[in-house]
Design a protein around this ligand. Structure first.
Ligand code: SF4
Length: 381
């Protein structure tokens, strides 16, 4: 019996003696299996209830959590897996996030930028393989003006009108986001990294601001983008309490996509000696997200595939429904080293989509040629 269970036992005895409080106690702390059932039906728990699952679920309760998450994922998305072609077009970044391998201060990072022609030829190759969403991802690179990006966005949308275009290159003003939306962008991914301001300040240098990150997310939403946020699991200084707070944040913000993956150390950063996050905790968070936001787009990320050879499959079985193989030219893939040993070959590479498809088939899923928009399910809370 751990400390928390001891407290529950004492409360139980106390409440049992005076049975007028027994009902209150049952409301206050149900067992974890019951909490998972409630979450599956109502798609919301209290902070304390999320915390209880995150901190104390047993192995069998975790398996139950994953199975309930997979069940609801199948109800909405069937066995479809959406694929996105990821194009990492620049690894220059003006920022210095303490955890990131392409941070401005990392002199060991070999920098590159793709040209517009390079990017469009990546899209072309991806289109021929069946990709109908392209994700343009990069550091915050002032080399590309907002007009350059608007021109690139409209060229891609003109050439591939049946494809969705996702942008993921950081914090900008409302007007810039609007310009890119007007140019045809459909979605924007901007990980908030943590919903706790104090924690955010431990992961980022002083000149970066939690409030501005949240302002960006709100602007993107108000402009009509499909918006993705997300965070690292097991990042330095993160506690179970932070993870429970993430669930409350996600429920309030209601994003269309959530990108989470384990924190993985990059040796040339200030966090080079920290511990990486775990597969297990990431799977728990994926499942909680699926049950809280049943129709959300939820990738089994490259980071998950990096920490475990079956990470991608386990992510799908815990509720994920998206994979994002790499469409960038092979010559630059290793240079986009956000963390150590990042997978960029085999099924993480778009030229191996057939192999990825085989692996998904083995666990009962199938990759589809589809834009893969969010299906808005009628969820009542
Ligand atoms: S996490 Fe993003 S913003 Fe931060 S340094 Fe890396 S690429 Fe730049």
């Amino acid at each position: 019996m751990n400390a928390l269970c001891t407290v529950h036992y004492v409360l139980f005895v106390t409440f049992y003696i005076d049975d007028k409080f027994l009902l209150d106690y049952n409301v206050y702390m149900r067992n974890i299996t019951e909490l998972i059932d409630i979450l599956s039906e109502r798609h919301i728990l209290s902070y304390e209830e999320y915390l209880e699952i995150i901190s104390n679920a047993s192995e069998s309760q975790k398996d139950y959590l994953f199975s309930r998450a997979e069940e609801i994922r199948k109800k909405i998305y069937g066995t479809d897996i959406y694929i996105r072609g990821l194009i990492e077009f620049t690894n220059y970044c003006k920022n210095d996030c303490f955890y990131c391998g392409i941070r401005a201060s990392n002199k060991k990072c070999e920098r590159y930028r793709l040209t517009k022609e390079d990017i469009i030829s990546c899209c072309s190759a991806g289109y021929d393989t069946g990709y109908r969403t392209f994700v343009l991802q990069g550091g915050e690179d002032p080399f590309f003006s907002s007009d350059d990006m608007a021109d690139l966005i409209s060229s891609i949308k003109k050439q591939f009108p049946d494809c969705a275009l996702t942008l993921s290159f950081g914090e900008y003003t409302y007007d810039t986001y609007k310009k890119w939306k007007d140019a045809g962008a459909d979605r924007y991914l901007l990980r908030h990294e943590t919903a706790d301001k104090t924690h955010y300040n431990k992961l980022h240098p002083k000149k970066m601001s939690f409030d501005n990150r949240i302002r960006c997310l709100k602007d993107l939403k108000s402009l009509g983008y499909q918006v993705g946020c997300g965070f690292m699991v097991g990042s330095p200084f993160q506690t179970c309490e932070h993870l429970a707070a993430e669930m409350i944040f996600l429920n309030k913000f209601q994003p269309d996509m959530v990108g989470i993956g384990p924190f993985i150390v990059q040796k040339d950063t200030p966090f080079g000696n920290m511990k990486s996050g775990t597969l297990e905790q990431t799977l728990i968070m994926l499942a909680l997200i699926r049950l809280t936001l049943p129709d959300v787009l939820l990738p089994a990320t490259t980071a998950l595939a990096t920490i475990d050879p079956f990470g991608r499959e386990l992510g799908i079985k815990a509720g994920a429904n998206v994979c994002m193989p790499n469409l960038s030219p092979v010559s630059v893939r290793k240079k986009y080293a956000l963390y150590d040993n990042k997978k960029s070959a085999d099924e993480e590479a778009a030229e191996y989509t057939q192999q990825l498809s085989e692996r998904m088939r083995k666990i009962g899923y199938n990759i589809v040629t589809d834009r893969g928009d969010r299906k808005h399910a009628n969820i009542e809370q």
